[in-house]
Design a protein around this ligand. Sequence first.
Ligand code: ATP
Ligand code: MG
Length: 406
Amino acid sequence: MAVLAVDFGTSNTAAAVLDGGAVRRLSIEAGADTLPTAVFFPPRGAMRIGQGAAEALIDGEEGRYMRALKSVLGTPLLHEARLIGGKRRSLSEVITAFLSVLKDRAEAQTGQRFTRVLSGRPVHFHTNDPEKDAQAEADLRACYRAAGFETVDFLPEPEAAARASQGPNGETGLIVDIGGGTSDFTLFRRGAAIEVLASHGVRLGGTDFDQAISLAHVMPEFGLGGQLTRTLADGLLPVPRAIYVDLATWAMIPFLYTAEVRRMVDDLVAHAVDRPRLARLQSVLRDELGHDVAFAVEAGKIAANGGPRGEIGLGLVEAGLSVPVTTGSMNAALGQAREELIRAVYDTLSLAAVPPAGVDHVILVGGSSLMGVVSDVMTQICPAARISRAEAFTAVVDGLALATGD
Ligand SMILES: Nc1ncnc2c1ncn2[C@@H]1O[C@H](COP(=O)(O)OP(=O)(O)OP(=O)(O)O)[C@@H](O)[C@H]1O
Ligand SMILES: [Mg+2]
């Protein structure tokens, strides 16, 4: 019975099968090995996924766009019903719909019917919270089931990536998979098979980098850090922070588009010491530009990572508005993330009681492993190890497909 391998990622999803002993990646999206984990619901008509969803957003079509759905697994938000695309539905139903399309397309492309799936999962969906973590896996399993898979198995994402990795026999390897939502690590010994020595993970990824960069660079332009006058008293109050944190968080953006939040922001504008900045927040919510802002932040991050400086273009919010991101300002925003990353690598090594010098080969996986901070941290911790890059976006799905052959 054919098994479909699925890497359901926070940012990107991929599917593959084992075909005559070799991995065959499926083009769930025409001409691509991966597709953005994103959906778009127009007010009427069919849901769009992947690149088509992003295009609908960029074209400014009316409808609800959502990304980073995986982040919501294991939380009560997953089951809250919202009006999405003219119908009340929960994010659990949205994930199920996404996985159903994936299944249909995989079946159309292979001519096979898939009732079994081997899915990746982060080592921990939630850091230091075993209950929430188990709930997240149960939630994802329920979504696969509802999408028509009768048998659902999971393999930790970095263990899958280890299977797909290359290196000499006998080496001690460390997979460092930094994705959109989580950082996952597998320390292993390479022999006839991969012997896993320890796996570990934390809820920290590119969407958190985006959030930190947005809070440091963009949100102050929308009034964060400003002050409010009081209605019936003297003195000033700080502008509340929570709404900015949500606006800087991919998974939370759709939840801000409610009459209640808009009223609250109208009230903030009325009391703002710096009205023009708060008025920008008001127009972002009114015109539903939260995802456009988040995409601009992500693009600024990638540009500043590739060169000395990037720009976060906010022209949609206000003509000519743009915020620079420099290597220095980005490193400052990511200081805490860097510390968390360092701690997680050391925790992985201690789980297996292997010292840093015992690692021969560090293998970087995941889109966020392209960040300079990640290679810096790994060179700092394991200076003697060889550092190589696996195929950032497909190593996990390749390994999952290989594992379907067990
Ligand atoms: N060139 C780049 N430089 C820095 N970051 C990048 C680059 N390209 C992509 N990213 C980031 O990589 C992340 C997506 O990586 P990836 O597709 O590996 O995640 P994922 O597998 O979907 O997530 P997860 O495994 O955490 O659920 C995004 O946060 C994106 O901004
Ligand atoms: Mg991933």
